[in-house]
Design a protein around this ligand. Sequence first.
Ligand SMILES: C[S@@+](CC[C@H](N)C(=O)[O-])C[C@H]1O[C@@H](n2cnc3c(N)ncnc32)[C@H](O)[C@@H]1O
Length: 209
Amino acid sequence: MSNNKDIEMVIETWDKYHPIYMECILRDRPDFHGFFADGGVETDFEFELLGDIQGLKLLDTCCACDARQAFSWTNLGANVTACDISPVAINIAKDNAKKIGLNVNFQVADARTLEPINDNEYDIVYATYIGWYQDIEMGFKNWFRVLKPGGRLLYVGLYPATVSKNYYDRTPDYYIFEATPVGRKYGVNINIPTVNFHHTLSDIVIVKQ
Ligand SMILES: C[S@@+](CC[C@H](N)C(=O)[O-])C[C@H]1O[C@@H](n2cnc3c(N)ncnc32)[C@H](O)[C@@H]1O
């Protein structure tokens, strides 16, 4: 069951963190915009998995302010829509796209509902970072909803996404968010109360009809 207070907490955390996050990314990668403007693609393994994606419609469920995966998919030739639940992330991502000169359709959306997205629209859904989502089943249902028949879901996640006290304990994990790894590298410590969600492997692999 969804708890709106928890979702608001996630949005608040990321709305506060994204401007700092982008600053740290730019300190770490001063040529961030130039890299993507020159056709750059990140080196993460997922960019080799899909084969030729030229001209395919791809939805990135969770692009963040940097949108580095969305820009990579675009440079690989896909027609990309990129969502994030944080309006601040989407504003920064749009600004990045302008600086880079890439055309990405950015939308504020909750990855679990994908509310502004129509059914049967995408050849590929690229879903990530489920530790921030409650209701993983709702997410999977909507990722399949927006896929065209025969479309592909590329799900990539750290596993386990959160460190749970007990593997089967799915109660929300409340903690103080300080920074992401790149933030820690530059001494960021924002101390915002936040929440993560634990999903067992069977929650991810088995989706009930
Ligand atoms: C760790 S960041 C992604 C970082 C970045 N894209 C990367 O891989 O380098 C996680 C992102 O998830 C977003 N997020 C959290 N909950 C979400 C939800 N329910 N729907 C969509 N985005 C969500 C946050 O706003 C944040 O941008």
